[in-house]
Write a protein that binds this ligand. Structure first.
Ligand code: SAM
Length: 389
């Protein structure tokens, strides 16, 4: 899997700019997260600037951090397709922006700078980033995703830019379909809540979303993000395994989406350090062939959706977890051999999504129609979509 760093383009939209007043049928506030849900860390940029240092001490820190970033060169790229010095220096600039109250004015003040963390912690955070390969998003505690800035921390997958498209797919299908727009949706394996929150904002005033996850940490972080965007009355969070927390809505869903774990267990050890060492295994490991969760979701789709209901799964043709073309092909062949033993598979990336579509068409008892493979911006087939007959 390539750890993608999305450009920090999107300004944070204040909740008041987009909060729809939805019908409060089922809210996070009416069903509180389980008591075991850990309290998420506050992202750096949201912390008060209660610390200070001198501009010269900040400069010393910055020079040290810059030198550390430059010392990396292309070592991590060669090792596991990790970040190079250029990317690390860009991240250093972002870290400054998040940690300093007014990063643009540091040269014009009276010699002191207000910080959101102690200067000593800035040393520690940058060492973690470069020496331990801790993902930048965990260092600052957030990720920019669509027009959202989402809180993330260890235990929760960092949402990837490729996944943003799933919200557009839902936006497209609800545009001309009031039944879907005002219906009940589910985001299974919500992680930070990214897809669930994105979908909640494209639905109509009566639409609502149930976002589930097995991980209590993910539920806690998703709850934080839902609340920050003022969507507590629209997005309900439920902890549990796949369809288990959705028994009361069987056959009632207008749509459901999921970006399940899909990395074959054996491949986890070979992942880029930022991913394999730091992101939660439960978010990555899709079993021996990478398809355990996906197939479980495919099998449940017919029971969960009401007639006319829409589904979209993320499942890229070229496995994101393979770092070289050779290992991509190896993984592909292995996955197809295990899952589709009777198929005359090819190591052609176009084929993998096709097999999933065929599975939905042939093995799901004719429950689905209009099955489709949708490519991402790089032209790689990444999503499988369809409708319940
Ligand atoms: C690839 S991550 C996707 C996270 C998020 N939807 C996103 O796109 O950023 C898969 C998610 O599925 C969750 N998960 C894994 N096994 C699960 C299960 N049995 N039931 C529910 N969620 C599960 C993980 O905790 C993780 O949050």
């Amino acid at each position: 899997m390539k750890l993608s760093f999305s450009p920090r383009l999107s300004p944070f939209l204040k909740p008041s700019l987009f909060t729809n007043v939805h019908r409060s049928v089922c809210s996070a506030s009416s069903i509180p997260p389980p008591p075991t849900t850990p309290k998420p860390q506050t992202p750096l940029f949201l912390r008060p600037p209660t610390h200070s240092t001198t501009t010269s001490d900040l400069q010393i820190w910055h020079d040290w951090a810059n030198t550390l970033a430059s010392s990396v060169g292309s070592t991590f790229v060669d090792l596991d397709n990790g970040p190079d010095s250029t990317l690390l220096r860009r991240e250093l600039k972002w870290l400054m922006e998040d940690a300093i109250e007014e990063p643009k004015n540091i040269d014009n003040n009276d010699g002191s700078v207000r910080l959101r963390v102690e200067i000593e912690e800035l040393y520690m955070l940058w060492k973690q980033r470069v020496e331990e390969r801790r993902p930048f998003q965990y260092v600052v505690g957030c990720e920019h995703w669509r027009d959202l800035v989402l809180c993330v921390e260890e235990g929760v997958l960092i949402p990837r830019p490729e996944t943003e498209l799933i919200v557009d797919l839902v936006g497209d299908v609800v545009l001309g379909n009031e039944g879907l727009r005002e219906g009940l949706w589910a985001d299974l394996g919500t992680g930070s809540g990214a897809i669930g929150i994105g979908i909640a904002r494209v639905l109509g005033s009566g639409g609502r979303v149930i976002a589930t996850d097995l991980s209590p940490t993910a539920i806690g972080v998703a709850a934080f993000n839902v609340q920050r965007y003022g969507l507590q009355d629209v997005v309900e969070l439920r902890q549990g395994s796949w369809f288990e927390p959705l028994k009361d809505v069987e056959g009632k869903l207008s749509g459901f989406v999921s970006n399940p774990p899909y990395i074959p267990s054996d491949n986890i050890a070979g992942l880029q350090a930022e991913v394999g060492r730091h992101e939660p295994r439960v978010a990555l490991d899709g079993g021996a062939n990478g398809m355990d969760d996906l197939l479980h979701l495919c099998k449940g789709a017919a029971v969960m959706l009401k007639p006319g209901g829409f589904f979209a799964f993320e499942f890229p043709s070229i496995p994101r977890f393979a770092t070289t073309l050779e290992s991509q092909n190896e993984v592909l062949v292995k996955a197809k051999t295990l899952v589709f033993p009777n198929c005359d598979y090819k190591t052609n990336d176009e084929e993998q999504c096709k097999y999933l579509v065929e599975y939905m068409e042939n093995d799901a008892g004719g429950s689905f129609c209009n099955l489709n493979m949708v490519p991402d911006f790089a032209g790689i087939n990444r999503f499988v979509t369809g409708f319940r007959r």
